[in-house]
Design a protein around this ligand. Sequence first.
Ligand SMILES: O=C(O)CCC(=O)C(=O)O
Length: 358
Amino acid sequence: MEVHRVVSKYFNAAQIERLPLDLSAPRYEPSEPGSEARRIRYQRCRAATAIWNAADTRAGRLQALKNYQTENTLADTSVVELMGPFLNKTSNRLPLTEIEDALKQLGLHSEHNTVLSRSEKDKLDQEGYLNLGQLLNEEQLVQMRRRYDIAIERDGNKPENIGTRGIGRLIDTVVGPINSDGLLDSIFLHPRLLAAVRHILGTHFKFIGSNYHCALPGYGHQGIHADFLWGVKGAPLVVNAVWLIDGFTAENGATRVVPGTHRSGMHPTGDLVRGKPRDLNGSVEGEIKLTGAAGCCFVYNAHLWHGGTQNCTSKLRRAQHCFFGHSEIPSSTDVPHAIEKNVYSRMGQIERAILDIR
Ligand SMILES: O=C(O)CCC(=O)C(=O)O
């Protein structure tokens, strides 16, 4: 098979030397639903989900965590470690009035703002995801692809960027040097995206991270997951946007989602199927693929069950992810530390409020 030159630039970052001969043959680590390791992950997720969903205030959840420790003499200490950063303190850097003021200036403070239509908001509520439309034009896409391809060749094999085999990855893109001129600003500042985040999380939210994620030919399958550590009923905590830098098709590794699962209060890791922890690699009843043209942005409630699928074509599947969380939860990215000088100096008060930085 002839390998397109741009694809081979990604080999180092994706830790491969060549493409597989059969791009469609399933390729992933088995998740072994019957194994001891899987059972421990299941139990931990189950315990954390029960503790979180036992109350809707921090004090109530802390009490549930204490009860768990008292009632279970062999309580898994990792549950306590996992939940501590979410329960022991609030993690917003700025007073909450800063994001409220920014949203007022953007015309997004009121839930009744009309940046998204009623039916778009209903889709987010009911199904948990929405295609915000083609928000990047061809010129932006050409520039972005070029920028990502160069950065992958240069930085893709640095330890912080190395992830799963077969995936080219770059972390902290929108606050990093790759965005020093603002090419990626729409990724975290587009008004339609902010309106969706405001609709899901309310007026107290912040940017919590971003990464570039490119599935190479023959790779990209992920187990079904949610972008949070346990199941959450009631007020959601995290939102993800996936920007299609290449179009997503049924064959090239489009993200799969299971509509409505964000309302289940369950995390797939803590789910049982016929008495056994769910096989996370398997398909889930009702799952669909998010397909769309390059330049589109899908936003989803990140408690929605989802995952990458295998890219069975001979071309790259490039995507840029951008995460937002409730203001009070910890961020994945330490923004004050990660932000590059030029990006920082370009940010005004509204943008700093979204990044939750001074
Ligand atoms: O890029 C994708 O298709 C999904 C990526 C994802 O869900 C993840 O990396 O957690």
